[in-house]
Design a binder for this molecule. Structure first.
Ligand SMILES: [Zn+2]
Ligand SMILES: [Zn+2]
Length: 268
């Protein structure tokens, strides 16, 4: 059976190692945020998120993540997953919809392959945070409908649909007033399932195969992106770091002034 082959999964976890997770699918999108709220919230100079359907995060560590509900000024609360022992913040329910989760990219075992697809709130970027040549940026928040790849938008739609079906099922079962196996399935929080629990989810071999191939392809693309970047860096170092030679269009120092490089943001 195809499900026995090792999934090309991405792993991550907390600082102390007791809370670990695995992504059962390639991420939908990665973004960096340079807003002041994120800086305060993360205690860093910019935040980096890897977005995925919450149902595709499996808890595989000794301790399941601690889920906390946090009220936000806009009235919509968010679920935060963190390690109950060391307090590392692992992910939060997504801004767009709670069916997605924004993983703190730094908690991935290999954060290097998740280079941000866009840097938002570039206008408040700290001046000495330099972005790589060619990085996509935008002022204020990015619009996912504009920046996400079509395949990710399709996956989002499907995830929202699955969540609606789960809710409908729950309501139906609640009405019948009896707990069934289906209810147990539907009642699960979309985050923090163990792989064993996941085995109960109905996914036929064909769907698994599709997810497997898509994940493999997406990760391959990210790896290629990274190796391209590394090759470029090597070239830059080989060229005595003369900015005019390697980066004729834009010098990194310009970006350091907090200006958004033109022509890379959304054209509204
Ligand atoms: Zn921990
Ligand atoms: Zn932010």
């Amino acid at each position: 059976m195809s499900k026995t082959k090792p999934f090309p999964a991405i792993h991550g976890g907390c600082f102390c190692g007791s809370t670990r997770y695995r992504l059962e699918c390639a991420p939908l999108f990665c973004h960096a945020c340079h807003c002041q709220d994120c800086n305060k919230h993360t205690g860093s100079v910019f935040a980096c998120f890897t977005t995925i359907e919450a149902e595709f995060i499996s808890s595989i560590g000794k301790t399941p993540p601690k889920i906390t509900r946090v009220a936000r000024p806009n009235g919509i609360s968010r679920h935060l997953a963190s390690c109950g022992t060391c307090g590392t913040r692992l992910w939060a329910s997504g801004d767009i919809t709670p069916v997605t989760a924004d993983i703190n990219t730094g908690t991935l075992d290999l954060p290097e392959i998740m280079e941000p697809d866009v840097h938002e709130y570039i206008e408040s970027k700290i001046s000495w945070v330099l972005l790589p040549e060619g990085a996509k940026t935008c002022k204020g928040p990015f619009d996912y409908r504009e920046y996400w790849p079509k395949s990710s938008l399709k996956r989002l739609e499907a995830a929202v649909q699955r969540a609606q079906e789960r809710r409908k099922l729950l309501a139906k079962v609640a009405q019948a007033g009896q707990e069934t196996e289906e209810e147990k399935e539907a009642d699960k929080t979309p985050t923090a399932q163990t792989p064993d629990e996941k085995d109960g989810v109905v996914e036929d071999d064909e769907e698994f195969e599709k997810r497997y191939l898509e994940t493999e392809k997406a990760l391959q693309e990210r790896l290629e992106q990274l190796s391209l970047r590394l090759n470029e860096n090597e070239k830059v170092q080989g060229d005595d770091l003369r900015p005019g030679v390697v980066q004729p269009a834009k010098e990194p120092e310009t970006a350091a002034e907090g200006q958004a490089p033109a022509a890379t943001g959304p054209e509204n």
